[in-house]
Design a protein around this ligand. Sequence first.
Ligand code: IPD
Ligand code: CA
Ligand code: CA
Length: 254
Amino acid sequence: MIKDIKYITREAGKIIREGFGKNFSFEYKTNESNIVTEIDKRAEELIKEFITKNFSEHSILAEESGETINNSEYIWVVDPLDGTTNFAHGLPIFSVSIGLRKNDETIAGVVYDVMADNLYSAELNKGSYCNDLRLQVSSEKNIAHSLAVTGFPYDIADNPEHALELFTKIIKKTRGIRRLGSAAIDFCYVAKGVFDIFWEVHLNPWDICAGQLIVEEAGGKVTDFKGNSIGLSGTTILCTNNQLHDTMIRELIF
Ligand code: IPD
Ligand code: CA
Ligand code: CA
């Protein structure tokens, strides 16, 4: 099945790459910061057509069109374009993210960093890869030597879960914080050992599902801010190289 997920993730990536830098139509979602382009929709349609044709009995949860619920133990969790704001502004950092869950457990995840042409993948208990290269999280134990990444939700004006105060606090503790604009790529960079820490409030299942498995299979940890495991409904995540997890839980107490 991982071969199928990799195949369709790359195919969706082709649509996005061809659309990058061209004119496209878009609509507002919840507010003027939150847009969806015709390319997000076309990529999602392609992925859904593939699943429906090849795995017709499976359920699907996809960002732009919602749920297709069948009586199946399998559900595909799809973000057709993670990093839409970057895409729309010509910044080449965005991805396609597809996770596959069986009986409430993620068994496979693929994230395609479209412009870098890097395909990240993981299967449960089989490790994580970037293309053919096995991934391993960093071994950094000292938060003062760590590089962190975070993101901000589209409702940041309401400062949910004290997101702005947390940013101000954590930036003073780490070597630096980056904001790439694609949560799925943020996870992959933790899996790769580039970032030691990633946290964010108000994510959605399609931002998390594939990336979480990729991090865990590379030796990292993903929980909520209190250290509890997150299921498909979790929105607030702390993702680390494992070594810095307890330190970050203490820092995230507000
Ligand atoms: C967004 C990106 C971003 C994160 C936002 C997400 P989208 O997803 O992952 O990095 O900060 O919270 O909503 O809307 O580009 O698919
Ligand atoms: Ca997303
Ligand atoms: Ca998206």
